[in-house]
Design a protein around this ligand. Structure first.
Ligand SMILES: [Mn+2]
Length: 343
């Protein structure tokens, strides 16, 4: 893979560092948590002092993941970085993704490595392991690195990386960034399964472990779904009030994923939009394209100040839900006008 030439340098930087920080991106997803913990396990086995911090609470349902107890629910902005030699940003396009507000300024003497698979990544770190064409998750880049540096995959590491892979690929039902990436996702899955990743157990954690609030959230989201037939998209909106009524106050980021598969399944649409008020008075906007070779929703995200992939992208807006809905629908119609119609 293209990135392998950078791996010796990554290893050299890790070797020369004693104390390493892994900050999770906001709304840490399965790829962030699986990849981050696998990297932490590797660093610990190499005798490093490791801190794993997350500005947002990590889904408590994921406590079964090995090394979960390493995660500290702390905003990296509150850390004293004096003793840190190296920060490894995983699944994060920039240092701004790991905190809120003004962003995260890193003293010059601290080294930085980024490991990411988002096309819109501006490569601001000292070493950028970025591949958005051949892989579908950060977990696969970590797997590639472990393979190159001969770090043996035990069951726990395989589980963590497989968790990242299946969560980012929606159990392989996703749109891969390229035909090669689709093949590689399955090849890497085979490697991780061979090393002991428990597929059935993990699928059960995802599919067979819903609570009633999540199902009601999904039902509400689906009943709020609207369609713009002219511009060929659908959207659904969640207010904080509706979220509170469902007993999900403060937990919406954890159940949002249940609606996402329905944003790109409607006949007569090219893409779908989900708007939710999140815990910190931001409006969180998720975009999903209906076809991999259809419209590029990362373009719409970019216009609105966000980012992501061709078929899955997102934006955070600092405004009221009503204003956000108006703005996003207006821009979506402008965007749709320029795009080719697909059936
Ligand atoms: Mn990811």
């Amino acid at each position: 893979m293209v990135m392998q030439e950078k791996f010796p340098k990554v290893q050299e930087i890790i070797d020369s560092s004693k104390s390493i920080l892994i900050p999770f991106h906001v709304h840490p997803d399965g790829d962030m948590v699986g990849s981050g913990l696998a990297m932490a396990a590797y660093l610990k086995s190499a005798g490093k002092k490791v801190r794993v911090v997350s500005v947002d609470p990590v889904n408590p349902e994921w406590k079964f993941l090995p090394y979960f107890d390493l995660i500290e629910n702390i905003d990296p902005l509150e850390l004293n970085l004096a003793s840190i030699d190296l920060i490894i940003f995983i699944d994060s396009e920039s240092s701004k993704r790991v905190t809120r507000g003004a962003g995260f300024s890193i003293p010059d003497e601290i080294k930085t490595i980024g490991v990411d698979h988002h096309k819109t990544n501006p490569q601001e770190f000292q070493i950028n392991i970025l591949n958005y064409e051949e892989v579908s998750s950060a977990a696969q880049l970590i797997l590639e690195y472990f393979t190159v540096v001969d770090f043996p995959l035990n069951k726990e590491i395989a589980l963590l990386l497989y968790w990242g892979l299946i969560m980012d690929t929606g159990l392989f039902e996703y749109f891969a960034p390229s035909p090669l990436a689709k093949i590689k996702a399955h090849e890497d899955a085979a490697t991780l399964l061979t090393a002991g990743a428990p597929h059935d157990q993990l699928v059960h954690r995802i599919r067979g472990n819903q609570n009633l609030e999540t199902i009601k959230f999904l039902a509400k989201g689906l009943s709020n779904l609207q369609i713009d037939k002219e511009y060929r998209f659908c959207w659904t909106v969640f207010s904080n009030l509706e979220i509170d009524e469902l007993g999900l106050g403060g937990k919406v980021s954890m159940v949002r994923f249940s609606i996402k598969p329905f944003l790109n399944c409607l006949k007569g649409t090219d893409f779908g939009i989900l708007l939710t008020e999140d815990e910190n008075n931001f409006i969180s906007v998720s975009l999903r394209a209906r076809r991999q070779d259809g419209v590029d929703v990362s373009e719409l995200a970019r216009i609105l100040g966000g980012g992501g992939h061709r078929a899955a992208a997102g934006i955070k807006l600092k405004m009221s839900l009503e204003e956000a809905e108006k703005l996003v629908l207006e821009m979506a119609r402008k965007f749709a006008r320029k795009e080719l119609k697909t059936e």
